[in-house]
Design a protein around this ligand. Structure first.
Ligand code: HEM
Length: 186
């Protein structure tokens, strides 16, 4: 496999993914990096230096990562539950899923998103490097499938009723990731 191919198969959450917003909202920018992303990233933030200089910010606000900030496991379960409720009734998406039972696919998406946003690293332990573009290659992901995926994900994000900044951070990522997963024309 050439280096170019390899790069093309990287998950959007690695080098192609833009930095996701606020200090508290920094996702795992590197799928290969096994330590929590926030530790290194946090220390460079100006606000951390203000805190270090004793200028009055309360610590907990800056030690939580996005996963924790938006409600942890419960929130991500709610997200994927709502999303897969939509997929289950979708004439374009449902036939794409090879397994009769959507449960295992739901679990994979849950574990991936939890890891990406700074939660448990179970996805990596079970599945290895995400390489999501590569993992989607067996499926024909055209603009129509992408739009259906995004439509259900949008509805799922809305059920969370997150603070506007957190919602925008999450949605921005999901939208970009979905666009980067397209591997076919309709
Ligand atoms: C753009 C439209 C998309 C379509 C039509 C699509 C469809 C699929 C299908 C059919 C599978 C196989 C089901 C399974 O066995 O797990 C899958 C797997 C998966 N998808 Fe997507 N997907 C899309 C976008 C995304 C995006 C944007 C993400 C992440 C933000 C994502 C994350 C995953 C994950 C984590 C898996 C399981 C990978 C593994 O095997 O470990 N998908 N997707």
């Amino acid at each position: 496999m050439s280096e170019q191919d390899r790069a093309g198969m990287e998950h959007p959450g690695t080098d192609q993914e833009p930095a996701a917003g606020a200090p508290t909202a920094r996702p795992d920018q590197s799928s290969t990096q096994l330590s929590p992303p926030s530790a290194g990233a946090r220390s460079a933030l100006p606000v951390e230096r203000l805190v270090a200089a004793g200028q009055g910010f309360s610590q907990p606000q800056y030690t939580e990562n996005f996963y924790e900030t938006v409600g942890g496991h419960e929130t991500f379960v709610k997200l994927v539950d709502a999303f897969y409720d939509g997929v289950a009734d979708d004439d374009v998406l449902r036939p794409m899923y090879p397994e009769q039972d959507l449960g295992p696919a739901k679990e994979r998406l849950l574990l991936f998103l939890e890891q990406y946003w700074g939660g448990p690293r179970t996805y990596g332990e079970q599945r290895g490097h995400p390489r999501l573009r590569m993992r989607h290659m067996p499926f024909r992901v055209g603009p129509q499938a992408r739009d259906h995926w995004l439509q259900h994900m949008r509805a799922a994000v809305d059920t969370l009723q997150l603070a506007p900044l957190h919602e925008a951070t999450l949605w921005d990522y999901l939208e970009r990731a979905a666009h980067s997963m397209v591997n076919a024309a309709d």
